[in-house]
Design a protein around this ligand. Structure first.
Ligand SMILES: Nc1ncnc2c1ncn2[C@@H]1O[C@H](COP(=O)(O)OP(=O)(O)O)[C@@H](O)[C@H]1O
Ligand SMILES: [Mg+2]
Length: 275
């Protein structure tokens, strides 16, 4: 259990999700490294691994001692929210780890009424313990991804600057509207984060221009360059700030986190993580 002292800030956590229905576009890399970057500023961050592949859990070097719960146990009511929160070796960064059995949970509960709001209800008591709660959903738009978006308020879409990725973006916007209408009217697209970026290519510049035209000038976030250290770090169970703190990847995620932290539109939500 990670939360021992109360935060001084009485406002509930900002709840973020890095979502895209496409796999391999940098969601987990972004969730992990933005979480670490925010924790380095002194913010208390809870990273919630919603993917049965547990890549975020591995990437922050978490090793279970068998004593703590996990996201499946939390969702099934077998662990309290405080039992499910684990400390990591990174200061100010806590984790609700994932396990492979989460995929069975998704299959078993996919059509159960109310399943989409369960995560939001289960993490809501943690909202006063953290400055940020960050969800890392799986790539498929099933129960776990939808539940993450129901529990969050701010959606950020990491995406590669390819034309085919634009279709995925349109689909994500439709999904946000559907979730707005059904479960969580406060969910809002707050930024598109270009990943694997090579700004020198004309294609990347054209796509960024197209996104600005459709979504407004301030939607595009500072990009994350294609950087081999970002691909290597998870193999050492480290974030980019541990593995290669001077790398382009570390600089880029520092900028993304700074932009999230300084977002003039951000206002900590009343009523915590629940919609
Ligand atoms: N900017 C980047 N430069 C190089 N490799 C990256 C970058 N971002 C992510 N990767 C690597 O690409 C792969 C997919 O990224 P990941 O964050 O796991 O995607 P997702 O969570 O969307 O499936 C991982 O091996 C990751 O280490
Ligand atoms: Mg992932």
């Amino acid at each position: 259990m990670a939360v021992r002292t109360k935060r001084k800030d009485p406002r509930p956590a900002r709840c973020l999700v890095f979502a895209n229905r496409k796999g391999g576009c940098g969601k987990t890399t972004t969730a992990v490294n933005v979480s670490h970057a925010l924790s380095r500023t002194g913010s208390r961050v809870l990273l919630v691994d919603m993917d049965p592949q547990a890549h975020a859990t591995l990437s922050v070097g978490f090793k279970t001692d068998g004593a703590c719960g996990d996201i499946r146990a939390l969702l099934c009511g077998e662990a309290s929210c405080h039992q499910a929160v684990a400390v990591t070796s990174i200061e100010n960064l806590s984790l609700i780890p994932s396990v492979l059995a989460l995929s069975a949970y998704e299959i078993e509960n996919a059509s159960r009424p109310g399943a989409e709001t369960r995560l939001s209800q289960r993490v809501e008591p943690l909202a006063l313990d953290f400055d940020f709660i960050i969800f890392d959903p799986p790539p498929t738009i099933g129960l776990l991804a939808v539940a993450s978006m129901v529990a969050a308020r701010e959606v950020y879409i990491p995406m590669q600057m390819h034309f085919l990725a634009m279709e995925g973006l349109a689909e994500m916007v439709r999904l946000i509207y559907r979730i707005n209408a059904t479960f969580n009217s406060r969910l809002c697209l707050r930024g598109i984060i270009p990943t694997f970026l090579n700004e020198k290519t004309r294609l990347a510049r054209e796509i960024m221009d197209e996104i600005r035209t459709h979504f407004g000038l301030d939607t595009i976030f500072p990009g994350v360059r294609n950087n081999i250290s970002l691909a290597e770090a998870p193999g050492y169970r480290q974030t980019i700030f541990q593995y290669a703190p001077e790398s382009a990847g570390a600089q880029d995620y520092e900028r993304v986190a700074r932009r999230i932290l300084d977002d003039p539109k951000s206002h900590p939500q009343e009523g915590g993580a629940e919609s």
